[in-house]
Design a binder for this molecule. Structure first.
Ligand SMILES: [Zn+2]
Length: 270
């Protein structure tokens, strides 16, 4: 892994179901009272630069009987996540990456930061592997489980419904088993996201990370190990074209040239 001036943090959150009173058959439209909103149960964050997986769950805060009552709060875990992100920010710019995370995880996190009155965080750069999948090709499904199984990365572990039920409603022994499994489940989702990200990276444009590196570098991964491969025409001028030797992405020179010949013979690295 080449050294980067930014930190890619791959992450995934697991949330509890909302509890509400509703009337059949359209519970979601005919709900008359919210008893509990969705709350954060677990999060895994993998900091690629440090090669460190960080996972925290609400099981660290409550005894099984409290969890069974459903009257627990996610204040402590939300504060831990917030502190973790603030600490990470102090160590360098962050790009948060998850599957469907622009639509779900980041909004869910922000909703809980707002609810608990925590400081707003600086602008979060993000990439989302579901968007990368949609941009790169037409797949039968864009779910994490489908894509990872399809690409031979492997699928999710266990049944979502059973695991959630045991984590919340299981007896003491079942909860112990279920929360261990939840940590593995959560971390597995993040590991799958990392692999999916690198599988799709050469085929789509993601957050341009070259700006974080001191010298001309690959837009997608920031590596300075790349090869000049021809040139790319623009409206009236030409760019020198490069391909990254690390992630295989294509990118172009910052400088433009009047002619094709000039671009081809220009030195690499500008
Ligand atoms: Zn690259």
């Amino acid at each position: 892994m080449h050294k980067t001036n930014y930190q890619r943090i791959f992450y995934d959150i697991e949330v509890s179901p909302a509890i509400a009173w509703g009337y059949p058959p359209y519970f979601e439209f005919n709900f008359i009272k919210e008893i509990e909103c969705q709350k954060i149960m677990s999060i895994s964050m993998y900091n690629e630069r440090k090669d460190e997986m960080w996972t925290t769950t609400i099981e660290e805060d409550y005894v099984p009987a409290t969890l069974r009552s459903m009257a627990w709060s996610d204040k402590k875990i939300v504060k831990r996540i917030h502190s973790h992100l603030v600490k990470s920010y102090k160590e360098g710019d962050i790009i948060l990456i998850g599957h469907n995370s622009d639509k779900f995880d980041i909004k869910m996190l922000n909703a809980r930061f707002v609810y608990w009155g925590l400081d707003s965080l600086p602008y979060l750069q993000s990439d989302d592997t579901i968007k990368m999948a949609r941009k790169s090709g037409k797949f039968a499904s864009n779910s994490l489980d489908y894509l990872c199984t399809h690409f031979g990365i492997g699928g999710k572990i266990g049944s979502h419904a059973y695991l959630w039920e045991q984590c919340i409603m299981g007896d003491d022994d079942s909860q112990e088993w279920a929360w261990n499994k939840m940590r593995i489940y959560n971390e597995r989702d993040v590991e799958m996201t990392v692999e999916l990200y690198y599988k799709l990276l050469p085929y789509v444009k993601v957050t341009n990370v070259s700006k974080y590196q001191g010298s001309k570098a690959c837009d997608s991964c920031g590596s300075t190990d790349y090869t000049a491969r021809g040139c790319r025409p623009a409206l009236k001028r030409f760019y020198k074209r490069y391909q990254c030797n690390i992630c295989s992405s294509w990118f172009r020179s910052d400088k433009t040239y009047k002619t094709r010949e000039e671009a081809l013979s220009a030195p690499k690295g500008v």
